[in-house]
Design a protein around this ligand. Sequence first.
Ligand code: NDP
Length: 498
Amino acid sequence: MSEHENLTTATGCPIADNQNSLTAGSRGPLLMQDVQLLEQMQHFNRERIPERVVHAKGSGAYGTFTVTRAIPEYTKAKFLCDVGKQTEVFLRFSTVAGEKGAADAERDVRGFAVKFYTEEGNWDLVGNNTPVFFIRDPYKFANFIHTQKRHPQTNLRDANMQWDFWSLNPESLHQITILFSDRGLPVSYRHMNGYGSHTFSFVNAQGERFWCKFHFKTRQGVKCMTGEASANLIGVDRESHQRDLFEAIARGEYPSWTVKVQVMTEKQANTFQWNPFDLTKVWPHSDYPLMEIGILELNRNPENYFAEVEQAAFSPSVFPPGIGPSPDKVLQARLMSYPDAQRYRIGSNFQQLPVNQPRCPVMHYQRDGAMSTGYGGSNPNYYPNSYDTAPKEAPEHREPGLTLGDVVADRYNSRDQDDYTQAGNLWRVLDDAQKDRTAQAIAGALGGARQEIQMRQLCHFFRADVDYGRRVAQALSLEIDLAMLQQSQQDNPQPIRA
Ligand code: NDP
């Protein structure tokens, strides 16, 4: 037997006997030194991670998105800009209310979450098989989900809770109608549509913004079943949709969806008869026709369900340049709650897992945390920094400001302030002896930095008060370079105070 086939512990040490525990005599008791047994039992205790509060039961597969109509007029997202361009995807279907052991064929909304591994970073479209949702304000979300899960005393699904909430929140009526129509019981995940549901934004290379909605139309045809057929199916197979998806892909019958978008201009949004960002509303097809942009095909089963489906982490906050959020309140709240849930469920470095990892280079200054695989190595872990080779911002991807009533949502430059006057005022309050002690203390600390950093910092002292700069320079035994000071004056219009 070759060496790599030997059974080992998780630390790689060969195991001579994997059947019999180490005991004092044949009847026991066990010995604590049977570390193989201990390792196995301890790891077993930790095999499960917290299940998702919603969408706990899911099925997933990899595939390919192929552009059939490029839309550079709407978005600069590179993966949408060339006909024929292909992008790897991972799609996770799910039921919503049931736990991990729930039956796939129950009446429920179905999750339809797609991760596009684009060349400019991942895009997660975390949608459902319905174009709308039960609520339009995220404040109601946790309460709504409580009514869909189990009663706190009986531990049963409870019609009183569900209909009490729904009857008090008529914005749910549109989604209720879909849920209790035939579409609430799809025969399989392959036979249902997917929708991004929320309104999102596109930004093109000219910096123009459009609002958009995403639709995935099944090319297998929509097929639903009756309540009776669902009950019969659940009686014989609780994993019907997982089985259907896995087996179809395994036999080479790859399911596919036509991907379509609706686009609305910012001007049209101002006069739309409903709030275009209301998650309980669709945009009528007759007013905003669907435009085909591509085909999504699922063609590869995961190798390991836990690693790739259970640990798949989707968040509506994950966008490449050219696609972004809209003011939809529920979407805005999900931008926070989904990554938070993934950090709770999987850990702070969930993006480092293979199924979640972008297929393009990742460069940022986040570091460490539980289970870090060492991202960043010995590179600087802070920004801004003076290292030319360290990752830098890409201002070409800046999005245009979004006008919201009287204000514009934008990234305002917080450096655009007077940083010197009050520091200088304080300096001028200090008595002579304290000025010397302060300059000495600064020099003691700043002296450990490289000389160009010392000079950059000196400029700031000079800008606050020339005496401040002079004393620190003396304490550092640095020659004051007047040319450099003048340059710093040009770089920063704040006056150097005499
Ligand atoms: P249209 O006549 O243009 O579209 C009707 C839509 O109804 C079709 O897209 C069809 O989907 C969908 N549909 C049929 N049966 C069901 C069902 N049981 N549950 C959910 N959808 C169903 O009309 P409008 O665009 O004005 O929309 C009317 C209603 O259709 C909406 O209120 C909404 O409930 C539903 N709908 C609308 C969508 C939209 O984006 N406008 C998207 C999906 C549903 P398909 O083409 O796949 O057969």
